[in-house]
Design a protein around this ligand. Structure first.
Ligand SMILES: [Zn+2]
Length: 289
């Protein structure tokens, strides 16, 4: 688990699951095997397993140590939660907290959690089970959640359209503990971190931009699920809420960041990288190891 240093900030990946439950064609229903194969030429072993041909993916948190905060961006699936329908998620007993400790971070060290959106694989470790109750995992943290996103999913929970029960077990406990900051989707956290609207995947999905004296990075949540979407931005994931808006957000992001010196860290990409466009052909270039 190597840390990435960007100016005075370190970024560490804490991987909860190192593979996806969805193969690439199932994750990107608008793709075709031919067009997926046509992008293989730029996909090295960091992105594509050379033996099995599997497009690599994971579920992970990004842990940031800035001069001002220790931040966790997105909190994966979590333990002990009844996530029906996905065996790798159901009543998990994973090693997330010890993996976090191995990265040098104890729960009480974290003073900020940011959720890019409120899907099941981004909020799980907001809470943990203690004495039969869901309690905030990070006892000293402010949990930064976009108010519009919260209100949307609260309604979905109340009307039974949110199938996992994640609002009750992973969001309301931090709200009821007074630990949530419900903010606008362009909220400025401090001189290092700010939110940027990136709607479509969910109604008020956001990216998190990191600005340091020595460079920028952006945490793009689920705006893109697989690196191949950098080359095929019209392909949505199976979980995108508003198909047209998700495409528009993705296209605009890629246009603004092509050949920009900004490190891109997506929630499910196996590596960090940059958006490059040699010869006008946009693709994802992993950072040199
Ligand atoms: Zn996700």
């Amino acid at each position: 688990m190597t840390a990435l240093t960007i100016g005075d900030v370190t970024v560490t990946r804490v991987v909860e699951l190192d593979r996806s439950s969805f193969e690439i064609g199932a994750m990107l229903p608008e793709s075709t095997p031919e067009r997926i194969a046509a992008q293989r030429d730029w996909m090295g072993p960091e992105l594509l397993d050379p033996v099995t041909g599997v497009h690599k993916a994971c579920i992970q948190s990004y842990v940031l140590r800035t001069p001002w905060h220790t931040v966790v961006i997105d909190t994966c699936v979590g333990n002990d939660k009844p996530r029906n329908g996905v065996p790798a998620w159901y009543m998990r007993r994973g090693t997330y907290l010890s993996d976090l400790a191995a990265a040098g971070v104890k729960p009480e060290d974290v003073d900020m959690v940011i959720c890019t959106h409120l899907h099941v694989d981004h909020v799980g470790w907001n809470t943990r089970l203690e004495g039969g109750r869901w309690v905030p995992t990070f006892p000293r943290a402010r949990y930064v959640i976009v108010r519009e996103e919260f209100e949307f999913w609260k309604r979905e929970g109340e009307t039974g359209r949110e199938e996992f029960g994640l609002i009750d077990d992973s969001v309301m406990p931090v709200v009821e503990a007074g630990m949530a900051d419900l903010v606008a989707s362009d909220h400025v956290i401090d001189d290092r971190l700010r939110l940027e609207p990136a709607p479509g995947h969910t109604p008020a999905h956001v990216c998190v931009r990191l600005t340091t004296p020595a460079g920028q990075a952006i945490f793009t949540g689920d705006m893109m699920h697989r690196p191949i979407q950098v080359a095929e931005p019209e392909w949505n994931s199976r979980f995108c809420d508003d198909a047209e808006l998700a495409r528009k957000t993705r296209r605009g992001f890629l246009e603004r960041h092509a050949d920009a010196d900004v490190i891109v860290l997506a929630a499910h990409f196996p590596v960090a990288g940059r958006i490059v466009a040699p010869g006008g052909r946009t693709r994802f270039q992993p950072l040199a190891a």
